[in-house]
Design a protein around this ligand. Structure first.
Ligand code: HEM
Length: 320
């Protein structure tokens, strides 16, 4: 199941980033991405963010920082190879198929007009493709795996979603327009994102205006790390927050209610660039997952995965 989800998600991001397929490259990236998240979650690598001098002790601590850098460099090298491959296939006269094509078109346009390249350089293109992959692959795969996991453990919710899909969609494929009528499905997705908290701790921010929170003065220059799950799991906000209960996201007439307190993609100017794509992926992939569930053996005994370290949920602990 995991492999199926990985292949589906990888194909979508690959299509968006590079447009054209190169199977050996794609397979290598998928493999590296898995290792990337596992190594990034190592305590030594997480601590590096707060105590940079810890890198000097890497050798005596088992070279975990170096191992992480090796995978990171592998991903960057892959991004470089993929960009080179895309540029050999690029055709000026065809419409842009992907992010890389559009980027190259602008690079060449500026070059042809003798304009300054600005940020439209080869290095930026490689870095941006790398960013899209590293930010968009594992996050989406892990959320979908959680979705599957919660559905297996909550057959009532599963049946409601399946009934809704049968009534509104039937045998055809789900389309984005169906989102308006699939209220249970939306509620399940939102509840999974509330509970899964896959980016438990967000990226570090620095305070640029003095502020007071809960009586504490936070001076300019303080590094803060927003934690979404403090709100997602707050008993003052949600009744039994630890409990999977998708119905909390529908109103009395059964319509889905978007909840602004649930912020898995963060908030503000630097919030997730791929939120729209990820939401589209959840909506287009999850009904298919929900529909194949009855043919699976009962896996209800699987423990819910709450094994997390720092900003990452260690998805390899789940076996589905
Ligand atoms: C379940 C899916 C996803 C989750 C939960 C998620 C979550 C996040 C979070 C919490 C951030 C940090 C925002 C901040 O700094 O405040 C982020 C940043 C980012 N995400 Fe996602 N993400 C997901 C999927 C994707 C996808 C599919 C893509 C693109 C293909 C993507 C691309 C990015 C990029 C490029 C950034 C950096 C944005 C910036 O610094 O301006 N993400 N994401």
């Amino acid at each position: 199941m995991t492999m199926g989800i990985m292949v589906g998600v990888a194909n979508i991001i690959w299509q968006q980033t590079f447009g054209r397929y190169d199977d050996p490259l794609l397979a290598r990236v998928k493999d590296l991405e898995k290792k990337f998240v596992e190594r990034m979650a190592h305590p030594a690598v997480v601590l590096l963010e707060f105590v940079p001098s810890i890198r000097h002790l890497d050798g005596v601590m088992g070279n975990h920082i170096q191992k992480f850098l090796d995978v990171n460099n592998g991903l960057l090298a892959n991004s470089k190879t993929s960009v080179t491959y895309s540029s050999t296939q690029y055709n000026e006269d065809e419409e842009s198929e992907s992010f890389a094509d559009s980027f190259m078109r602008e690079m060449r346009r500026r070059d042809a007009k003798g304009e300054e390249p600005g940020t439209f350089t080869h290095t930026q293109l490689v870095g941006a493709c790398y960013d899209l992959w590293s930010a968009g692959f594992e996050t989406t795969v892990t959320t979908l795996r959680f979705m599957f996991h919660y559905m297996i453990n909550h057959p009532d919710a599963q049946r409601k979603v399946q009934k809704e899909i049968d009534e509104h969609v039937g045998k055809r494929s789900v389309q984005m327009e169906d989102q308006k009528s699939l209220h249970c499905c939306n509620a399940v997705i939102q509840e999974v994102q509330r509970l899964a908290n896959i980016v438990t701790m967000n990226l570090t921010r620095m305070v640029n205006t003095p502020m007071k929170i809960d009586g504490y003065d936070i001076p300019v220059g303080t590094r803060v790390i927003p934690e979404f799950n403090i709100v997602h799991m707050d008993e003052k906000e949600y009744e039994r927050p630890d409990f999977f209960f998708a119905e909390r996201h529908v109103n009395e007439v059964g319509e889905f209610m978007r909840d602004p307190r649930i912020t898995p993609f963060s908030l503000g100017k630097r919030s997730c660039l791929g939120e729209g794509l990820a939401r589209m992926e959840f909506f287009s992939i999850s009904p298919h997952l929900f529909n194949i569930l009855p043919s699976l053996p009962s896996l209800k005994s699987l423990p819910l995965s709450t094994h997390r370290f720092a900003s990452l949920d260690l998805q390899h602990r789940m076996r589905c």
